[in-house]
Design a protein around this ligand. Structure first.
Ligand SMILES: Cc1cc2nc3c(=O)[nH]c(=O)nc-3n(C[C@H](O)[C@H](O)[C@H](O)COP(=O)(O)OP(=O)(O)OC[C@H]3O[C@@H](n4cnc5c(N)ncnc54)[C@H](O)[C@@H]3O)c2cc1C
Length: 269
């Protein structure tokens, strides 16, 4: 039997919230590019053309990016206005045609997988604003598990501080996502030849960021010695084992994590 799909339309955000409240099982979508090989929802409302969700606000220390901003529009902000890890990550996603439809909000909210931008947001300590018709609240991306019931993602708050060392690597096949896909991010700042801040994140079928691990190397003197690198790699390996509890994880990804942490630390020698 053919299944029926119903598409709802909203003029503005108020209308979106009204429909979310009054239509049962309504699902919010954006560019719909994640549904090419997936079963589509029965009742959908696209927020892709909602103007209130298409605003980019530049502040001194952060950028607020509306959830309906397309990936191509984020990239158009340019290398000078974006953290390098975000700019580089977007360039690896799909192709220009998909990036011209897919939204930044859809990239974060895709179900069952942490998409290509997730590790960069995790490393940068981005926050997510969720809204319904009554209120809005920010949640650190570190604590993001799923979209709060009855709410939608309205904006992403992205800290824009500069990083002296920034490594982004996309792993797995190009142009598609599968169980071998993941993104790795490594960021470092220093003061007086000591590491003052470091971020290490990886995401794909799992997400990894461990601030206790990062704290273990803050204050280390630069250039890093081979002993400091070897000791930290042991810590990183055990942190990965402790924090990534995905039993189906392909062991290649753990090996790639180790290799990339090693490669990144060697940039500090
Ligand atoms: C050929 C091809 C290649 C691709 N390659 C990549 C790749 O390399 N890397 C990658 O990361 N992705 C890739 N994708 C997947 C996808 O295009 C992106 O992740 C994209 O950013 C999703 O955005 P969208 O606007 O199309 O989201 P949609 O498909 O519309 O939505 C994705 C999910 O998020 C939910 N959602 C969307 N917006 C909101 C919101 N504001 N609030 C609450 N929930 C919301 C939807 O309900 C849905 O579950 C690829 C897709 C295609 C077709």
């Amino acid at each position: 039997m053919a299944s029926s799909k119903t598409f709802f339309y909203a003029k503005n955000l108020e209308d979106v919230f009204y429909q979310m409240k009054t239509i049962s099982d309504l699902k919010i979508v954006a560019g719909c590019t994640s549904f090419i090989e997936k079963e589509f929802y029965d009742k959908v409302l696209s927020i892709r053309d909602i103007n209130e969700l298409k605003i980019i606000d530049k502040h001194e220390r952060y950028l607020d990016i509306g959830a309906a901003i397309k990936l191509s529009e984020v990239a158009e902000l340019g290398e000078a206005n974006l953290p390098a890890t975000i700019y580089e990550a977007i360039a690896t996603i799909a192709n220009p045609s998909v990036r011209n439809i897919a939204t930044i909000g859809g990239n974060i909210c895709s179900k069952g997988f942490y998409n290509t931008l997730f590790a960069s947001f995790l490393a940068l300590d981005a926050s997510l604003e969720f809204r319904n018709g009554e209120d809005s609240s920010f949640l650190s991306i570190t604590n993001f598990e799923k979209i709060p019931e009855g709410k939608l993602l309205s904006k992403i708050r992205l800290p824009t501080e500069e990083w002296e060392v920034s490594v982004f690597r996309r792993l797995g096949p190009t142009n598609v996502l599968n169980e071998l896909s993941a993104s790795f991010v490594f960021l470092v700042n220093s003061q007086k030849n000591q590491i003052s801040d470091i971020r290490i994140a990886m995401a794909g079928s799992f997400k990894f960021r461990d601030q206790d691990l990062e704290n273990k190397i803050i204050g280390a003197h630069l250039p890093l010695s081979q002993t400091a690198i070897s000791n930290f790699l042991l810590e990183a390996e055990s942190s990965f084992d402790e924090n990534v509890s995905n039993s189906n994880l392909n062991p290649i990804l753990k090996r790639q994590f180790w290799n990339l942490v090693k490669y990144s630390l060697e940039q500090l020698t």
